[in-house]
Design a protein around this ligand. Structure first.
Ligand code: SAM
Ligand code: SF4
Length: 326
């Protein structure tokens, strides 16, 4: 699938729920959100149909996300069915890790290849302040279980925020000395003006890189296929690696290969945009597979050339991150 700017679209982010067991300040309001009703959320059968059509169109990798994907009942069986689709797409998962310890082995057996665990602090009291819930111990247990299950390389996604967790950058980086994990620093994206976090300030990746050098010369690593736009490094003697992802300032748009599907069945060509194509009328109205394919292609054709976040043209997306899937 080539979009109008010649980009080959091969990566689908599939959100299976907008619900979550955390309330991260930059993602959700304190009171939570009115969850989309049962009828609004695509069934697993519907999600599989979307995935099958996408793979037939050239999608090679599917990342299951949310909300928190592991809170949806039946997710392990769903992942097994995704992995068994004709074309054998590579299946990955993004999770906050709270429920990972109990499911890592079953997920691996189901065919999951890799897991990204989002974690912004290594301090229990700060975890509570940032996510408004307890659970750091469970995330650590989840990381260990993922590693033991062979969901390699385990990736840890960190969003550095000035005055919030930027005093922990080196602690996160040091994790790679002892664990074969990839610790990735990702720029905060201010897409939800209605959240108190809107005024949080991202730490630019150049600054993160500068600070990490306090631990020694960073050895550049080749870009791995699974790393997406991350620039990768290794600390001297480390078992794991580091990744830097200037998601906002880096302007990866020319190499964007992604399509997103929300839990309520809208295809989005851009994380920061507002254009959506609704799949539900076809999925629920006895539409043919050809009609579904045509909608997916329409979403690809509507992919903007680049995001305009940070410019006066930017209009915040109608959804927060938990409703898009990151
Ligand atoms: N609940 C899962 C998790 O937290 O990993 C999956 C969904 S979450 C929306 C996906 C990713 O989006 C997480 O890594 C999270 O840290 C990130 N995220 C949420 N809001 C963000 C924001 N405003 N800027 C940058 N990343 C954000
Ligand atoms: Fe939940 Fe993930 Fe959003 Fe945190 S970032 S509130 S874990 S969906």
């Amino acid at each position: 699938m080539l979009d109008p700017y010649g980009r080959s679209i091969e990566y689908l982010r599939l959100s299976i729920t907008d619900r979550c067991n955390l309330r991260c300040r930059y993602c959700m309001p304190e009171e939570g959100v009115l969850p989309l009703g049962h009828a609004a959320i695509l069934s697993y059968e519907e999600l599989l149909r979307v995935a099958r059509a996408s793979v037939a169109l050239g999608i090679r990798k599917i990342r299951v996300t949310g909300g928190e994907p592991l809170v949806r009942r039946g997710v392990v069986e769903f992942i097994a069915r995704l992995a068994a689709l004709p074309g054998a797409p590579e299946i990955a998962l993004t999770t906050n890790g709270l429920l990972l310890a109990e499911s890592a082995e079953a997920l691996k057996a189901a065919g999951l290849r890799r897991v990204n665990v989002s974690l912004d602090t290594l301090r229990p009291e700060r975890f509570l302040a940032l996510t408004r819930r307890e659970g750091l111990e469970r995330v650590f247990a989840g990381l260990a279980a993922a590693e033991a299950a062979g969901l390699a390389p385990v990736k840890v996604n960190v969003i550095p925020l000035q005055g919030v967790n930027d005093d922990e950058l080196l602690d996160f980086a040091r994790l790679t000395l002892f664990h074969p994990w990839e610790v990735r620093f990702i720029e905060f994206m201010p897409i939800s003006p209605d959240l108190e976090s809107h005024n949080m300030t991202r730490v630019p990746m150049a600054e993160v890189e500068r600070r990490l050098q306090e631990l020694g010369a960073l050895e550049p690593l080749p870009r791995s296929e699974s790393a997406g736009p991350a620039r990768r490094f290794r600390l001297p003697g480390a078992r794991g690696s580091l990744g830097l992802i200037p998601a906002v300032s880096g302007h990866f748009c020319p190499e964007c290969n992604r399509l997103r599907v929300t839990a309520d069945g809208r295809v989005r060509g851009c994380l920061f945009g507002n254009q959506e194509v609704d799949l539900k009328p076809v999925l629920r109205g006895d539409g043919s597979d050809e009609a579904l394919v045509a909608l997916l292609q329409a979403a690809v054709c509507a992919k903007p050339e680049r995001h305009v976040i940070g410019t006066p043209e930017f209009k915040a997306p109608s959804r927060r991150m938990h409703g898009i899937g990151g």
